[in-house]
Design a protein around this ligand. Structure first.
Ligand SMILES: N[C@@H](CCC[C@H](N)C(=O)O)C(=O)O
Length: 285
């Protein structure tokens, strides 16, 4: 133990995308890459896709910081936003909450039936915004493929930033490539200087998309909220879907709407409280 008091944590998930939540609003915490990785490591006895740390905020109800399972800090997490919003609703006995993140300022509200709606802000499509390492005038489809040159298995993905970078391949068959193998290669492709979250998306109808995600820094997850938002915006942009659709992930459904009035994306979905505990001594912060 490093001389500091052991730390309480809460385990939560959004559609199976799971989080360890630490509350640093009253006691500042210093999170190193090694510590984030150790807490997220599933052999540590706890484990999660993302470590979430709550800090005080001058402008919002809370500042939410996010570390991927690999131990580096990132800008956005859609599923964690819903979880933290729900905690805040209970704490503050309110039906709205605001969350400050590196990826943007989020307004969240109760949506009935235990669901939470988060305004994820406006998508960005410029090549510098994703970011890409070279200019592309049109990010609706970029030149990138996997498989033989004359018969690529997947190709011409759409790219979008919804607080974090996403690359989406449109497929008819979600098993056309093994995402566990293709994901790491594409995540680290030189076109993505900050790496990228990689999705395979199958458009089933104008109001329904099925999605599999390889998350940057976390691998295959049961769900990725920002990927669902990115996919809906990218699909609606190229008229594959309406501006509102259900996005089905391995862990369940999210309802996503890209609102015309203000260009913002609204994501609605459930929250699950798993359990509370105390970090073991070797992980105490
Ligand atoms: N699971 C999250 C996204 C977490 C961050 C992502 N892996 C990244 O590196 O950008 C979500 O629900 O959005």
């Amino acid at each position: 133990m490093n001389g500091l008091a052991p730390m309480d944590f809460r385990k939560m998930n959004g559609l199976g995308n799971d989080f360890v939540v630490l509350d640093a609003r009253l006691r500042p915490l210093s999170i190193s890459t090694e510590l984030a990785r150790a807490i997220a490591d599933r052999t540590s006895g706890i484990g999660c896709d993302q470590l979430i740390v709550l800090e005080p905020s001058r402008t919002a109800d809370v500042r939410m910081r996010i570390w991927n399972n690999e131990g580096f800090e990132v800008e956005s997490c859609g599923n964690a936003s819903r979880c933290i919003a729900d905690m805040l609703f209970a704490e503050k006995r309110q039906t709205v909450a605001t969350i400050d993140t590196l990826g943007g300022y989020l307004t969240c509200e109760k949506a009935g039936d235990g669901l939470v709606r988060v305004d994820m802000g406006a998508p960005r499509f410029g090549w510098q915004d994703i970011p890409l390492s070279e200019p592309f005038a049109d990010t609706r489809h970029i030149e990138l493929q996997l498989g033989p040159i004359d018969a690529p298995l997947i190709h011409s993905p759409s790219v979008v930033n919804v607080g974090n970078p996403h690359c989406i391949f449109w497929v008819k068959d979600l098993a056309v490539v093994d995402l566990a193998k293709a994901g790491p290669m594409l995540e680290h492709h030189p076109l993505f200087p900050e790496r990228a979250n990689i999705s395979l998306a199958r458009v089933d109808a104008k109001d329904h998309i099925t999605l599999k995600v390889w998350e940057r820094g976390a691998g295959l997850t049961r769900a990725c909220g920002t990927a669902a938002c990115a996919v809906l915006a990218a699909a609606a942009r190229i008229k594959l879907t309406h501006r509102k659709a259900t996005v089905t992930l391995p862990g369940g459904d999210l309802l996503v709407e890209w609102r015309e009035a203000d260009d913002h994306i609204l994501m609605t979905g459930p929250v699950t409280y798993e359990y509370e505990g105390v970090l073991p001594a070797h992980l105490a912060v």
